[in-house]
Design a protein around this ligand. Structure first.
Ligand code: SIN
Length: 528
């Protein structure tokens, strides 16, 4: 069956997009796929909220624009920043009309504050904003008969001219692993939309679920779609180090907004010396300083002290964090929380225009996998859910209109080939895959993390090339497995991050090369 629209990913962007298209055009055939259960993506784990100017007495659109541009450290596209922030209220109101609830203070929305914001403007639902939105959107999506939801379907590759005899310069859908059918299926579509998130799994510690393997980014790279700003990988300053499960758990910036302070092992409030905004400086500055303190103090973490936050506030505003800490033996508010920075968000991705169209006709990208120009070199806290709402709205309007243009006919799609590899194997028995994934993570964490050096990038490149050779061998000689498909994407994205990092000639936002001190930088400029 030929789809009008194929949406890949069921976070806030993919769901909002599909709902908006289905509302405008009940006759269009829409298929939406999710990698696992439809609710298990990054959106669900977003704790903080959505940045929207609501209090016009103290706040203004101009202030939010300025905060975004300052955080983005000279790399934002100011035109994009302006329209996203101007459209914020309209998009938030729609979400509320669809049934999303946000915390209120008397009759008005309660507004929180996070790093880099000069005013309170974070609309939130406890520490479960993402879950609240995900649940509302998932329920609404299921009410549209023209949306076909396929859970447990994983993107392998986009279908493009590479797979076609006739070259029309478009994207024609995707090859997808169907866990149910245990095969790779072809899903043809006039329009394809990637809303597949980032690739936090590249790093040893990440606030993302382990399924965040940049499947859309990897597929777009293989389809030769332009990508930019990939070296701007944002680390969230505060993730609870869970020693039992050897992973991390996000502690929202809203905790610092509510009065949480950061202390080193000598119990010094170190952020006061670094920035006048202290713990509420933009997250690149806070994450870098935490990393430095950890190294200097030869500790594994710093402390987030929330003892000034009343126990009732912990329980009502941060119930998930409260419960998680208790389960780890951390008794809030008395006990401080051990925190480390963790890979959190890709500020760059697939280059898109103001309607979220990529440079490949028929392919849109929305949400974290896209690079819109809003975030520049460092995303301002709680601007990501906002970006997702604004761009999925714009993409929905634009893509429906674009279906009126002349497009390939049904026959064209019918003759596109089925997946031409050796096929798919359900059993993930390729022992090397897990080992290579761990090696890749170690390499990226060690050399391509918060602090980088030119030498480290060279070493990382060398290692990635070696891993790439082994992955290609597995890909060419064995049946594709779910794990191998993820690894193939992770290797490609590592390579791109390193190559793009080597081209950046100045430290900006989240991007920090240690050898770019002023003297070194001047010599470098002269020699280039
Ligand atoms: C947080 O709650 O601190 C994360 C929100 C965001 O990444 O914007």
């Amino acid at each position: 069956m030929l789809n009008d629209l194929l949406v890949i990913g069921t976070g806030i962007s993919g769901l909002t997009f599909a709902i908006k298209v289905a509302e405008q055009s009940p006759k269009l055939k829409i298929t939406i796929i999710s990698k696992g259960d439809m609710s298990e993506g990054n959106t669900r784990y977003a704790q903080g909220g959505i940045a929207v100017v609501r209090n016009l007495k103290d706040d203004s659109i101009e202030k939010h624009i300025q905060d975004t541009i300052i955080a983005g450290d000279g790399e934002c596209d100011s035109h994009v920043v302006k329209f996203v922030i101007e459209e914020a209220n309209a998009r938030l109101n729609e979400l509320i009309n669809w049934g999303a609830e946000f915390d209120k203070n008397k009759e008005k929305l309660d507004l929180g504050i996070e790093g880099g914001h000069s005013e309170k403007r974070i609309v939130h639902y406890k520490d479960q904003t993402g879950k609240q939105i995900q649940d509302v959107l998932s329920k609404k999506l299921k009410s549209f008969p023209n949306i076909n939801l396929l859970e447990n379907h994983t993107l392998v590759d986009l279908i493009t001219d590479h797979h076609s005899i006739e070259k029309k310069g478009r994207c024609y859908g995707a090859y997808v692993i169907s866990q149910e059918r245990e095969e790779i299926i072809k899903i043809c579509s006039k329009i394809t939309v990637l809303s597949t998130g980032g690739a936090g799994s590249l790093y040893a510690y990440s606030t993302n679920p382990s399924t965040a393997t940049g499947d859309g980014l990897g597929a777009a790279y293989r389809a030769k779609v332009r990508m930019d700003r990939l070296a701007y990988v944002q680390f969230h300053p505060t993730a609870l180090r869970d020693r039992v499960n050897n992973n991390v758990f996000l502690i929202t910036e809203a905790v610092r907004g509510a009065g949480g302070i950061l202390l080193n092992s000598k119990k010094e409030r170190f952020m006061l010396k670094i920035d006048k905004r202290a713990e509420l400086a933009p997250r690149d500055i806070v994450a870098r300083e935490i990393h430095k303190q950890i190294k200097e103090q030869k500790e594994d973490f710093v402390w987030l002290d929330g003892s000034e936050i009343a126990v009732d506030v912990w329980k009502s505003n941060f119930p998930t964090i409260y419960k998680t800490c208790i389960s780890q033996g951390i008794l809030l508010p008395k006990d401080p929380i051990p925190v480390v920075p963790a890979a959190h968000y890709f500020c760059g991705g697939i280059r898109v225009n103001e309607n979220s169209e990529s440079e490949l006709k028929g392919l849109y990208a929305i949400g974290e996998c896209s690079s819109t120009g809003l975030h520049g070199a460092n995303r301002l806290a709680s601007n990501s859910l906002l970006e997702a709402l604004v761009f999925s709205h714009r993409a929905a309007i634009h893509s429906v209109k674009s279906l009126l243009n002349p497009l390939p006919n049904e026959e064209f799609y019918k003759v596109l080939p089925a997946w031409n590899g050796e096929g798919y194997s359900k059993s993930d028995t390729l022992r090397n895959v897990e080992k290579l994934r761990k090696e890749l993570q170690k390499n990226m964490t060690q050399h391509v993390g918060i602090f980088k050096t030119h030498e480290g990038l060279k070493l990382a490149e060398h290692k990635v090339n070696k891993i790439y050779i082994q992955v290609s061998k597995l890909y060419n000689e064995k049946k594709l497995t779910y794990g191998l498909s993820e690894l193939r994407n992770l290797v490609s994205i590592s390579y791109l991050i390193i190559k793009q990092a080597q081209q950046i000639k100045k430290n900006k936002g989240v991007f920090y090369i240690q050898d770019y001190d002023k003297k070194f930088y001047k010599t470098l400029q002269k020699s280039t």
